[in-house]
Write a protein that binds this ligand. Structure first.
Ligand code: KG4
Ligand code: ZN
Length: 334
């Protein structure tokens, strides 16, 4: 089964061709990082306009790289949500047009399900049931993937997404955008024990996350001690990263043990973070939890993961018609 995936939910325009839900024949990602960098965050209006400019060449390149024509495809898959509405609409409109013209079936994919399906493109795909920690710029949530295409929300952030916190603290420290990779690089030269950032405790013991306290503490620290020397900036970056990692690891392991689900998938842009990968891997090993982490290039936004989830949905008989529309706040849990 040959599926073309299209992704345009935020600030990456991506297309990929996937064979049999596993073999990536091509994967093209046009990043908008440079476009948004001067603003320290994604500017929705600029994002949708850039998607419009590059999406056709991106899809053409994905088909050409895979040496595949539209007529060869068995189906198409496109991200319907969640994401920025203007950005999502560009991908949805193109996917519907191509599916209509080529007479091919189309599946609408939830972006978060796409992130989870990145794990099925790695060497050791997880078996169901498993717990998935999806940590991205827009989302931080734990899902119980009970069976294929069935998800229950276990916990989520009560304020910022982890990636959003990385981006905001990077901006505060003058490290540029996107903040995650910048913090990770800077943290390498810092001392993670330099500053004890507070970890939010949920009074109701819920498996939820909260990052606004750590972010505010970082902001206060900078105000109180600024201007910071490069050494101090590295210490804040390292301490902040360590606090976020600790929160993510602690909640995930606790939920896994409580639910008795001893397979965990770590995915989403923040899952590209080496410190997080290492810490969760160590903690999982200690508790007999099998951890599945896609390689970093599959953790950040791409269309191979959308094609993978789309393949599963098409195989299950799902068909989107021409009324398919973007759903900016689409929830994954059923
Ligand atoms: O999944 P993704 O590519 O897009 C969304 O769906 O949001 O995630 C992007 C987020 C950004 O906030 C970015 O700063 C963060 O992932 N990120 C990282 C790293 N690489 C990307 N955060 C921490 N460490 C990284 N190495
Ligand atoms: Zn994403």
């Amino acid at each position: 089964m040959l599926v073309l995936g299209i992704e345009s939910s935020c600030d990456d325009t991506a297309a990929a061709v996937l064979a049999d839900g596993r073999r990536t024949l091509s994967s093209v990602v046009a990043s908008q990082d440079l476009l948004h960098a001067p603003y320290g965050g994604v500017v929705p209006e600029l994002a949708s306009r850039r998607h419009l400019e590059v999406i056709v060449p991106v899809v053409e390149k994905a088909l050409a790289d895979a040496a595949v024509k539209l007529a060869d495809l068995d189906g198409l898959a496109v991200t319907r949500g969640p994401g920025l509405v203007g950005s999502l609409l560009v991908g949805c409109a193109l996917a519907k047009s191509l599916a209509y013209v080529a007479g091919k079936p189309l599946a609408g994919v939830n972006h978060l399900e796409g992130h989870i399906y990145a794990a099925f493109l790695a060497d050791d795909p997880p078996a169901h049931p498993f717990l998935a920690l999806v940590v991205s710029g827009g989302h931080t949530a734990l899902y119980h993937a009970q069976a294929p295409l069935r998800y229950a929300l276990v916990g989520q952030t009560r304020d910022d997404a982890a990636g959003e916190a990385f981006d905001k603290v990077a901006k505060l420290l003058g490290l540029g955008f996107p903040g995650g990779p910048a913090i990770e690089r800077t943290a390498a030269a810092g001392d993670a024990r330099a500053i004890a950032f507070p970890l939010a405790q949920m009074t109701d013991q819920a498996p939820d996350f909260s990052f606004s306290g750590i972010k505010t503490a970082a902001s206060l620290h900078v105000k109180r001690h600024g201007p910071l020397s490069p050494r101090q900036v590295a210490d804040v970056a390292a301490s902040f990263q360590a606090a976020v990692v600790k929160m993510l690891v602690r909640k995930t392991v606790k939920a896994s043990l409580r639910l008795g689900v001893k397979r965990v998938v770590l995915t989403g842009g923040v899952a590209a973070n080496t410190a997080l990968r290492a810490a969760l891997s160590a903690e999982a090993a200690e508790h007999g939890i099998a951890l599945h982490v896609p390689p970093p290039r599959l953790c950040t936004d791409n269309a191979a993961m959308i094609a993978a989830a789309g393949t599963a949905r098409l195989a299950a008989g799902e068909r989107a018609d021409l009324t398919l529309n973007a759903i900016p706040d689409w929830s994954l849990s059923t």
